[in-house]
Write a protein that binds this ligand. Structure first.
Ligand SMILES: CC(C)(COP(=O)(O)OP(=O)(O)OC[C@H]1O[C@@H](n2cnc3c(N)ncnc32)[C@H](O)[C@@H]1OP(=O)(O)O)[C@@H](O)C(=O)NCCC(=O)NCCS
Length: 224
């Protein structure tokens, strides 16, 4: 694990103090987390797509130069979010983002491994590397939180292995998924049918809120 800039330490508010935009590349568990750059974005643009119900994660739109410029600007701006791409050598294998200022805690989101790199512990390894850095950077800061659609069972298992526990499960309106649910055939909808419902005139998705206490044990897996 690379050491951090040392520029940030949690104050009373946890993560309220100024953080330098990005640490040096974060190495751990056989991969390295980098901030987004033009070169890295070009590799992410080549990723295979998951399709419904994970279509929101697909990155094929990055093959359009205008959209790619917009995404890169968003991924590198100095706001509350930090966005990382996990690299194995010069191969981009996953991505994850964290909101440093969410009231609920250090909020992990956009956790995504393309189909061609699934099942090798990339998700667990990159999140373990990211959370280890965040624990060092924000000493005494808040716990980790995330939300996950209940149909994302692989993600759920990876998060549990990393010490996350479900704190609440609720029905949630996700506009993008709801729009797709209107469009897909009953066959395509079948794998998620246990996790969605049509209620109050709209499609809703069963969603877990999960929390991990800082320092909780992480089982990164055999390749970790
Ligand atoms: C969910 C997602 C991030 C999982 O990524 P992943 O890198 O395949 O996840 P992991 O490898 O950590 O876990 C997947 C499998 O690999 C295996 N594995 C885990 N660590 C391993 C390791 N170190 N070595 C080898 N295999 C390993 C696990 O057994 C796991 O299998 P299981 O689900 O049957 O238990 C990815 O499938 C994805 O992006 N899906 C679409 C978007 C999505 O759902 N995002 C999460 C939203 S909350």
């Amino acid at each position: 694990m690379a050491r951090t800039t040392g520029a940030a330490r949690a104050d009373e508010g946890g993560t309220r103090s100024l953080v330098s935009l990005y640490p040096p590349p974060l190495a751990g568990h056989g991969l390295v987390l980098h901030p987004w750059s033009e070169a890295i974005l070009a590799r992410v643009a080549e990723w295979g797509a998951h399709g419904f119900p994970y279509h929101a994660f697909d990155m094929t739109h990055l093959r359009d130069p205008a959209r790619a410029r917009g995404v890169l600007a968003r991924m590198t701006e100095n706001g509350p979010h930090r966005h990382f791409v996990a690299m194995e050598g010069d191969v981009a294998v996953g991505r994850a983002s964290v909101n440093l200022r969410d009231e609920a805690g250090l909020y992990l989101w956009s956790v995504h491994v393309p189909p061609e790199h699934e099942g090798r512990g990339v998700c667990r390894r990159m999140l373990a590397t990211l959370m280890t850095w965040l624990e060092e950077e924000f000493v005494g800061g808040p716990d980790f939180v995330l939300s996950t659609n209940a149909f994302a069972t692989h993600a759920h298992r990876a998060y549990e292995a990393l010490g996350f526990e479900t704190t609440e499960t609720r029905w949630h309106f996700d506009r993008e998924i709801a729009e797709q649910l209107w469009r897909v055939s009953p066959d395509e909808r079948e794998p998620v049918s246990k996790f969605v419902r049509f209620a109050n005139g709209r499609w809703e998705v069963r969603t877990h809120l999960m929390r991990r206490r800082r320092g909780a044990a992480m089982n990164v897996g055999p390749a970790g």
